[in-house]
Design a protein around this ligand. Structure first.
Ligand SMILES: NC(=O)c1ccc[n+]([C@@H]2O[C@H](COP(=O)([O-])OP(=O)(O)OC[C@H]3O[C@@H](n4cnc5c(N)ncnc54)[C@H](O)[C@@H]3O)[C@@H](O)[C@H]2O)c1
Length: 337
């Protein structure tokens, strides 16, 4: 018997922009499993062909830059559904110093995507926003707040505004065209398909690399007491695909209420790597909000079978595997900077 997801996607041509990236490649895999004809749209600026190796012979790849309007139209040609994940997505070190770059790049991509979709008229679209749309002074466990008060998260101001604009474009696009647009807001997502971008990498890959490189002391940005929710990319992808299949079009958080402090996270990485360096904090560096986790009630209502399949401990073991594959002896991917 087919699952509801298979019934929804079976035989459909589905584009995944950013489909060679961390989350997008898991989305592409899950859509292939659900019987979709998957078109991966990516410029490979950060995505990797290696992330698609399990499905390479069952997908079409349209390589190009979505900042180019003509390419955006080509990318959506003949496509019935779109998952829009392409975005510049770096760690807080990059985001906090490049607000305008983040805003402008994402705006160009998003405008081109909606303009192309007006002409190609897919049956459905999902846009991938972010928990960075939420203000810094919100509740620790954030429900799907409306976005008309306050600023987005301070350290991600440009990125957060770009995601807010993306959501508003989605609402207007849906109102004018009648094409349903699903909106998801992932929290902190990590996984072993991460592309290392040196000092601009995200927290978990950064910390795993530091520990595995033998840093002593290991320096944590901020107080170390800041709490975060982390979800593995495969669980995030499953939630995204299921939200799309549900037909629900209000914003949905993707994350859970569970949090870990940065100190606990580093402790876990050290334990699983069997090392015991000194751990110190650098309060001159940005740490973002003190506590940030997702109110997942809407997600669990829209996707009743949502569950965390890859817990943090298993996820960190996978990240240690990522480190060996990326930087170990004979690694395919060299360290960038
Ligand atoms: N990773 C997280 O913690 C997180 C949290 C919230 C939201 N998100 C969002 O989820 C989406 C996917 O994030 P990710 O972590 O997989 O990042 P990623 O960098 O691994 O994936 C983004 C993909 O988009 C591609 N891309 C970037 N610019 C492009 C362009 N101009 N044209 C075509 N392709 C382009 C990249 O090559 C990459 O494959 C993004 O929209 C991101 O903002 C991620």
């Amino acid at each position: 018997m087919k699952s509801p997801r298979s019934e929804f996607f079976d035989g459909c041509t589905v584009a995944v922009t950013g489909g060679a990236g961390l989350i997008g490649s898991f989305v592409a895999e899950q859509l292939v499993d659900a019987g979709a004809r998957v078109v991966v749209v990516d410029d490979f600026s950060k995505g990797q062909r290696a992330n698609l190796k399990g499905i390479a012979d069952r997908i079409e790849v349209r390589e190009g830059n979505l900042e180019d309007q003509a390419f955006a139209e080509e990318a959506l040609g003949g496509v019935e559904m779109v998952f829009h994940l392409a975005s510049r997505a770096f760690g807080v070190g990059y985001s906090s110093a490049h607000h305008l770059d983040m805003l402008e790049h994402n705006e160009r991509i998003n405008n081109n995507l909606f303009s192309a979709a007006r002409r190609t008229r897919p049956a459905r679209i999902q846009v991938v926003s972010s928990s960075c749309v939420y203000p810094d002074d919100g509740p620790d466990t954030v429900p799907e707040l409306p976005l008309f008060t306050g600023e987005p998260e301070g350290v991600n101001l440009g990125y957060g505004w770009a995601k807010r604009f993306l959501e508003q474009k989605a609402v207007v696009f849906q109102a004018q065209t009648g094409i349903p647009v699903s909106i998801v807001r992932p929290f902190n997502i990590y996984g072993e398909r991460y592309t290392w971008v040196g000092q601009y990498s995200q927290a978990i890959p950064m910390l795993v690399k530091r520990v595995m490189d033998g840093a002593d002391p290991v320096v944590i940005w901020g107080s170390g007491n800041q709490r975060r929710n982390y979800l593995h990319a495969t669980d995030c992808a499953r939630a995204m695909v299921s939200v799309m299949a549900s037909g629900f079009t209000e914003p949905v958080n993707i994350g859970t209420e569970d949090t870990v402090t940065m100190r606990e996270l580093v402790g876990l990485i050290c334990r699983l790597s069997r090392v015991s360096p000194q751990v110190v904090t650098d309060t001159t560096k940005p740490e973002g909000r003190f506590i940030k986790s997702a109110d997942s009630r809407r997600l669990r209502t829209v996707v009743p079978d949502f569950h965390v399949a890859v817990g943090l401990e298993e996820g960190i073991v996978r990240m240690i595997g990522w480190y060996h594959a990326s930087f170990g002896v004979g690694a395919a991917v060299g360290a960038a900077t």
